[in-house]
Design a protein around this ligand. Structure first.
Ligand SMILES: Cc1cc2nc3c(=O)[nH]c(=O)nc-3n(C[C@H](O)[C@H](O)[C@H](O)COP(=O)(O)OP(=O)(O)OC[C@H]3O[C@@H](n4cnc5c(N)ncnc54)[C@H](O)[C@@H]3O)c2cc1C
Length: 590
């Protein structure tokens, strides 16, 4: 559903056959070509915020398709390197980054100020913090070019959140002026170190110890996965000596890289990980050797407090997956519309169309889901209790399903490009490598699915808020054909009951992922159907909603042709370059 014109060599007789190859999205404005996002932002943002921020979406869209994309490609090829000592032989480790990474940091932390935009005015000309919808839309545009750096950006943002919410006034005074700054000379960036060899999913197994001596906390232990390893302030979990075992004995600490007198704190980056993806960004192992740290908030509520950071990161991970999927779709569409095989442009082949449809469905679902979740966050921040419950369940739903979808989408987009998709000069190979981390960090798929079913549904009953919110939206979609409207309602109710059944019976735990997927798909179908009925929104979102019902919420018979009589026409409409009205799609919604 995008208007794309490929960057591609012209056959001028001197290109040595280059024009045979499909082009790519280089040079495009990633905001301008994203009809889904452009249609939906005015729905999820206030008119005033949209008017003030749209020039920045557009500016970032241009950057993401040009300079940022070039920098990301270079940074991926020149990963960071850790040096254990400085040139005088002092044990002061430091990480060397390529200039391309530093320039991306300047765009992110200096120009757009992603890290601070939720916490203070003064970012992008706003006199107050940006709404969550705008922040995540900007993350989505940025990540279409660069994924690795979004980890340090997001984790600085979420560290600031935790410090603002839980730290003592003294600790806030010490950390926040630097962390909120956009001046690289004084700015401190944040990160989060939780995982140890003994425990990633099983956080309660953490072995790092916190010792209180002369009024000062000192940390001893080993952190096994530390992204943004050289951050200026790390939030981490450790067990105060004598505290009980398990998650209840964990406290939250802020660990500065440098002490107040300027000396390095007592911890070392032992080595950096040689990673499949996110190669521009440094993930390492950290040994804590009596490092000075500051207790954050309630000593007995460490994990509970840190879960706020985890949940914010999970939402951002869903947005990042959505962004990478959009890039995959855009790249795939450019290929499909320009590559010729057997005398026809490949988009004309039914098998390829189905591949593209499947990619497009996953992309549009994720965009609706992240905007809906971000909208709930804005209402929750304004005190809405129902919105808080909604956000509680939407966050892991988005993280779980969008990150999983990102993997087949990235592979599918590579396949559409053919052999070139496997070659590192094209963006597809990096998109595949980067896609896989989404199902690992901030909890694997199982851990997120269990969070949805055993906590958000069973304990918090957050699915009830979801059902109510979606019921309200369904009531606003009377312009949809009655049969389709009813199908949406029935599917939603079945998804909610399935989740509730699994949540209520430990013997059904192995169904947690299926139940979580059902909730995600049903929610996204209702959202897209509702969005399609709003003025100014391309009505093809309703077609995509039907595809969700047909592709993702119906079990095909593997021994029967899975062809829909309307698939050809639907693909025709979905892949056309024009805006489509509700009247035009109604025949396909019966
Ligand atoms: C590149 C990279 C960067 C990272 N950066 C950071 C970072 O900055 N900070 C940080 O704290 N962590 C970081 N992590 C760690 C990441 O969050 C963990 O790897 C992840 O949480 C999984 O933990 P684990 O590796 O110990 O796997 P395990 O917990 O050992 O899981 C192994 C398998 O067991 C499954 N499993 C576990 N429990 C259950 C259960 N109850 N039911 C069903 N299945 C279960 C999991 O789903 C998984 O498939 C990073 C990881 C990577 C790869």
């Amino acid at each position: 559903m995008d208007t794309l014109s490929a960057s591609r060599p012209i056959d001028d007789g001197r290109d040595h056959g280059a024009h045979y190859l499909a082009g790519d999205c280089a040079g495009q404005n990633f905001y301008a070509i994203d009809r889904g996002l452009r249609d939906l932002l005015p729905l999820y943002l206030s008119p005033d915020d949209f008017r003030r921020l749209e020039p920045h979406f557009d500016r970032l869209g241009v950057l993401a398709g040009s300079r940022l994309d070039e920098l990301a490609r270079t940074a991926d090829r020149h990963p960071p390197v850790v040096n254990p000592r400085d040139r005088f032989g002092r044990d002061e480790d430091f990480i060397c980054y390529h200039g391309s990474y530093r320039e991306m940091e300047q765009i992110a932390f200096g120009d757009f100020q992603f890290h601070a935009m939720s916490h203070r005015g003064g970012c992008l000309g706003m006199d107050r913090p940006l709404p969550a919808v705008a922040k995540y839309a900007l993350q989505y545009l940025f990540v279409q070019a660069e994924f690795g750096l979004m980890c340090p950006i997001s984790v600085t943002d979420t560290s600031i959140h935790l410090i603002r919410k839980f730290a003592s006034a003294e600790l806030k005074d010490y950390l926040l002026p630097r962390m909120l700054s956009a001046d690289p000379a004084i700015q401190w960036k944040g990160t989060q170190f939780m995982t140890e060899r003994a425990g990633g999913s099983d956080v309660g197994a953490i072995e790092t110890v916190a010792r209180l001596a002369d009024g000062e906390w000192r940390l001893y232990g080993d952190k096994w996965f530390c992204s943004h390893a050289d951050a200026d302030v790390a939030l981490l979990l450790a067990r105060p000596e004598g505290a009980e075992a398990g998650t209840r004995g964990l406290a939250l600490f802020a660990l500065p890289r440098r002490l107040k007198d300027g000396r390095r704190n007592s911890y070392r980056i032992v080595r950096l990980k040689d990673k499949l993806g996110t190669r521009s960004m440094a993930s390492g192992e950290i040994r804590l050797e009596g490092a000075v740290a500051y207790l954050v908030g309630d000593i007995e509520a460490g994990l509970k407090q840190m879960m706020e950071q985890v949940n914010l990161s999970r939402l951002s991970h869903g947005v990042r997956a959505s962004a990478m999927m959009r890039r995959c779709l855009n790249e795939a569409m450019v290929c499909a519309k320009s590559r010729v095989a057997f005398g026809r442009t490949i988009i004309d082949y039914p098998l390829l169309r189905r591949q593209l449809l499947k990619i497009a469905v996953a992309v549009e679902q994720s965009v609706s889901m992240f905007l809906f979740a971000a909208g709930a966050m804005d209402r929750a921040n304004a005190g809405g209790k129902d919105a808080e419950a909604l956000l509680r369940i939407l966050t892991p739903l988005l993280k779980f399903r969008a990150c999983r979808d990102n993997i087949p989408v990235a592979t599918g987009a590579m396949e559409v490009r053919g052999g070139n998709g496997y070659i590192e000069e094209w963006v597809n190979a990096r998109l595949i490598r980067d896609a896989h981390i989404g199902v690992l960090w901030e909890g694997t798929s199982n851990i997120n699915a269990l969070d949805i079913i055993t906590r958000a549904v069973a304990k918090s009953r957050a699915h009830e808020a979801l059902g109510t919110a979606l019921g309200t939206l369904l009531n606003e979609t009377a312009t949809l054909p009655a049969g389709f409207h009813q199908r949406l309602g029935t599917t939603l109710n079945r998804a909610l009951s399935f989740a509730e059944r699994v949540a209520g019976d430990r013997a059904l735990e192995a169904n947690a992922r299926a139940a979580a997927s059902g909730l995600y798909h049903a929610t996204s179908a209702v959202l897209m159907a509702w969005e399609a009925t709003r003025p100014g929104v391309d009505a093809r979102r309703a077609l995509v909603a039907r595809l969700v019902l047909d592709f993702r919420l119906s079990a095909p018979d593997p021994l029967e042709p899975a062809s829909f009589d309307w698939e050809g026409e639907a693909a025709e409409l979905i892949f056309s370059d024009r805006q489509v009205s509700l009247d035009e799609v109604v025949p396909w919604l019966a």
